[in-house]
Structure formats: structure tokens, C-alpha cells
Design a protein around this ligand. Sequence first.
Ligand code: ADP
Ligand code: MG
Length: 743
Amino acid sequence: MDATAIARGAPPKERIELGLTGMTCAACAARIEKVLNRVPGVQAAVNFATETAVVGFDPARSAPEQLIAAVARAGYGATVREDPELDRKRDKARKAAEFAALKREFIIAALLTAPLLAQMVPMFTSGGFTGAAHADLLPRWLQLALATPVQFWVGRRFYVGAWHALRGGGANMDVLVALGTSMAYAFSAVVTLLELHDQHVYFEASAAIITLVFLGKLLEARAKAGTSAALEGLLRLQPKTAHLLRDGTGVDVPLGEVVAGDRFVVRAGESVPVDGIVREGTSTVDESMLTGESRAVDKAASAVVYAGTLNQDGLLTCEATGVGSGTLLAGIVRLVAEAQGSKAPIQRLADRVSGIFVPVVVVIAVVTLALTWWLLGDATRALVHAVAVLVIACPCALGLATPTAVMVGTGRGAQTGILIRNAAALELAGRLQTLIVDKTGTLTEGRPAVTEVIAIDGATRDDVLRAAASLEQGSTHPLAKAVLVAAGEQGITPFAITDFASVPGKGVAARDGADSAPMALGSLAYLTEVGVPIPDAMVTSKLRGSTLVGVARGGRMLGLIALADAVRPTSAEAVRRLNAAGIEVVMLTGDNAETAQAVADAVGIREFRSGVLPAGKAEAVVALKSKGVVTGMVGDGINDAPALAAADVSFAIGAGSDIAVEASDVTLIRSDLNAVVDAILLSRATLAKIRQNLFFAFAYNVLGIPLAAAGLLSPVIAGAAMAASSVSVVGNALLLRRWRPGA
Ligand code: ADP
Ligand code: MG
């Protein structure tokens, strides 16, 4: 049920994905979900569009075999999916075979139905065929001969599907089609065999409905294949072989045999086979297929290259770092496949309706039959109306409305470097009202550099830098990196430390490995807090606006390091776009007030708070959420984890190859706040499509069923409308493929 909880891995359970067969409509999906959830300790979400179920289960209480057995008892097939690539290939082959069979049977059905329908043409032009008795153009025995194979050979799928569903205690679209067409066929057959010449026959209706529903299934299958095109496109990016350098000579080996540490070459115009680090050569590489950024990236020694990206002009010799499922590309594919199989909360209503849809329609049909017969005293017309009700009702459109839009939206995102973890995140991102942004690494480059080192009281600048570098060895903070780089440039080697402790949002503390002297480093507020006096007048006006890190030893200040982090040139544009989209932007930073003010001014943010600890950021998020504001948080994840976890939607930008470990709801591969704006706009577009689709699907059934009951739609038209309805829902979702990122 709760796809979000499963995707977030919240319950301490195991998860598997099941591939499902035999589903014909959303009612089947609802049915399977119900039987799976009845197994003890199981939480399942079935996706009709991808024909998969994501199942969280407790291995102590149930096993995968039990899950498969439960699905089988309900009349459907299930297999555990383990190897996404192999499963996808198998699925594709199976679907292609199914499609071919479907097409063949459709053609036969159409050929048999055509003469039956052709005789109706004069009647359409002269006032409809529920009217006065007419003379058949074709002899009735011939009509019976044409309609029978359509009903029982082509239509056997509906009987089989209906039987499975009913035996499992549920009802699906097949039940409606089988029931509706059987009624029309059986009535006509009896009339023909008993030679009741004053009665109509409706062979053309039963045959045409089956043919049209078939046509609808064909078109739907084709369109559904289009919804996973983005994912398949990603899978095709990687070349099949890599040119390895082994013992000084070149050999071409299949990708599966490449191991980390292998040297490989990428020639101009070729795609990078696996993730790696450039060792020799320079080139420009097109990474747009992963990042969405159209500008090609220069690569030289020690640059990172990603599988699937396109080497444009130079020759690169690289060392493999990520192979197989360890590449960024594989991570993206995994994430997208998972997102596409997840369920949006907005779908819940449609699911509930699908679950009871068929029985309700059958009841409406029976009531229609009884009422029409009683009111008009005409059994034949009553029958025609009831058949129309059964065949116009379409639970498929309800079931397809949300998942197809989610598939196209998340797939389109993946093509532009926007990875949305699941449909629930997509829905929340689409409804986002306030976005909290972290300063470092979000608005700024996240690559601070040391601009000044100030020593006091007899310490030298080298002493300050050496102490700082020693303390920062154990930290992953961007400021730590900057300090280590600066020390390295000065040829300073850090000394050993003990008792290292990192204090998020404040700094770090440790002891000198040699004499156990306590040492601390961090914001001036932090040093004051740990009892280090800050000499007056040390913070000169020249330093205002820089990030300041104090270094202390033995309770005394050694000196001060000033760092600056350039504001990203694209941040101001992104803030402007967010405001234009009606989203409040609030900056929260652990840095000092002057730096915060300078950055806020540079990017056009009006609301900000400085000196905020990680826990304070989380509190701010919670406070906004408790006011009912849908709140997002963008951060680097290093010490913003509590706030990211508290937010309705968390965004991580510039994830690069860390995507596998990234736990955010939306991961942006590009290091640019504009990618967050694009993610929000894409989510909005997808949500709009979902709403349109749901509205259409509900409206279609709500209007169609009464019209059919009133006898205003002939069964043939009803069959055509039902076929068209699900096709149009999928087609509407496919329009999302045209979505483009804004900047
Ligand atoms: P931001 O909100 O900009 O990401 P942080 O919460 O990461 O800032 O850090 C806030 C402040 O704490 C920094 O400006 C710095 O003064 C200090 N600080 C925290 N961790 C470290 C560290 N490892 N090295 C140096 N300073 C640190
Ligand atoms: Mg930070």
C-alpha cells in the first residue's frame, strides 16, 4: 500500500520486485495488491502500467514463494525480478510476442466483423438501429457463422480473464466485456436458431465490441511501450564493449568482464564504457544525457568520466573505477525504474474506485435491464441498453491515469538529470510552497578557498595552517577540504591527532597526538562556546563577508583562517525563477551574518537566517510544515541531513557519482539551483497531467454510463468509446515527453 515507506526503506524489512502477468485492467492490479497485503507482514504496491509489484515483507513471517502462490491463487502470474537488465529483456521479448499475437487475432476479428458492420451502414443513415425492425442484409445463419469465432476464439481471452478474476473473488474489465458481449451474442443466437423473425439480432454488436476492445488493447500496448522509452534510451547509452589496455596491447572485451582498475581507451566519437578517471589525454565530453546540461565538459588527467557519456574529439586513457551496477548510469536506471513502479498518493481514490467498479457497473446494468423492460415493455431494447452499460464502463482509464503520467514524467526527468525517487516525492515537489536552501554548495560553488591566514601571539601562519589541517583530516566538510588544499600548497604536512570529534554546524575538536593538548577549530561562536577567548579587534573590517574559522590549542587562539566561496553565477537566475513560480525561498546557513547577507544580496534572497545549527535547520523545516506549508529543502547532505529528512521533499544537487548513497527524494545531477527549479516545474507538469487524466477517466465513466443506460449510445459506439478512453489517457501522458527544462 504505502509505496513511499517501502521506497524509503523505512520498515526494517526485505524488499523484492515481482513481475506480474495476466493483468487486464486496474481492477486486476487492485485485486493483486489486496491478496498480497493479506499475507502476514507484507506491504505491497502494484503498478498496472509497469506490470510489477514492489513488495516489502518480513522474512520471519513470509517468504517470496508465499507471495507468488498468493498471486497465483488470485489467477495471475508472478515471478521474482532479480536482474533488471535480464528481466527487462525478457519482458520485452514477451511483450513483443504478445503484441504480435494480439495483432494477428485483431486482424482476423476485424475481417470477420467487417461484413456484419457493413450491413449496418444503411441503418446508421436512416435513424439508428435500435429503432424499427429491419431486414437483414446478410442471412442470419451467415451472421451467426461470422460472429461465433469472434465471440469464442478471439474473445476467449475475455472469458479466461473473467474466469480467473471471478475465481479469485474479484471482478475486472474482462467480466464486463465477457458479460456484455455474451448477452448480445446469446440473445441473437437464440433468435436465429429458433427462427424468431420478429426479433432483431445483434451479432454485429457482440463482434464489433470484441474487435474494438482488441484494437484498444493494441493501441494501449503500443503507447505503454512509449512510456518506458526514456529508460530504454538510458540503457542503450553504454557501448557493448570496452577497449582495454592489458599488458601494453589493446583488447576489446565485453563490458561484463571489465573490472575496477582496468585501463581503457575511449576514442573520439565513442561512448565511455564504464565510470573511470582520466589518466592520459584531453578531450571534451558530452554529458548531457546524464546531467541535462548541454555544454560539453573538458576532461584532462584526473577528471572523472561516466559510462554512457560521449567523448567528442580527443583520445582518453582512463582507469575504471565503477563497473557493472556500480556506474552512475546503472544507479540512475535503478532509481528511475523504482520511481516508475511507485505509486502516487493522488491515485488512492482511483484505486478505491477500481476495486468496486465492476460489481457496481454490473448492478447498474441489471437495474437498467429491469427498468427499461418495465418502462418500455421491450425486452430487446432493455437488453441493448444493459449491454451498452457493460461495455462503455472502463476501469482501465482510471488505472492508467496516474502511473502512465508518473512513468513519462520520471523518465523525462532522468533524461535531463532530474532523478525523482518515487511518485510521492513527485507529487509533493509539484505542490511545493516554500523552499529552504542551504548556502554552501547550493547557492555557492561549494568549493571554498582559503583567502587569508592570520596568526596571533607568536604563532606563525604555518603553525595555524598546520594545526588546522591536522584537525580537518577527519572532516568531510567543504571548509575542511579548502584548509587541506591550502596546507598542501604550502608544503605543510599535518601531524597526528587523537580523540577527533566533529560538531556539526560548529567545527571540530581533537587532541594533539604528541602531547594530548586539546585543540579546536570552527566558527568563532563555537570557539567562544568551548571557552576560547577571542581577542578583540581580531576580526578586522577587511574580513567581514568572509567565512571565518578560528583555530585554538590549549584553550588559546592560534589564529584565524578566512575563506571565500564564490556564488554560482546561475543562482540569482534560479531564485528569480522560483519567485516567479510563486515559491518562497528561505536561506538558512551556519555561517556568520555578514557572509550570509552578502550571498543573499548577490542572489536576490530576501529571507535568510545565519548562524543556524543543523538541528535549527530541521526545526525551521518542522515549524513551516506544522503551519501546513509544503516545504522543500536543498542541501549538500553533509550536515544538513536532519533538515533534509524533516522536509516534505529533499533535493540534493550536484550528486555526481554519489547518487547510489544519496538518500534525497529528488537528486539533481547538475550542480546548479536551476536544476531544482526544473525538477519542481517538471513535477508540476506531471501532476497537472495526472489531474487531467483522472478528471477525464472519472468524467468519462460518470457521463458514459448514464448515457448508455438511457439508450443514447448503441453498444458498438460504447465499445469504441471504451477502447478510445484508455488509449487517450495514455496518449495524454505521452505528451509530457515534450517537456523541456527552463534554463
Ligand atoms: P552552511 O550552512 O553554510 O552549510 P555549516 O552548517 O556546514 O554551514 O557550518 C557552519 C559553520 O560552522 C561554518 O561556517 C564554519 O565556521 C563552522 N564549521 C563547521 N564544520 C567545520 C569544519 N569541519 N571546519 C571548519 N569550520 C567548520
Ligand atoms: Mg552545509
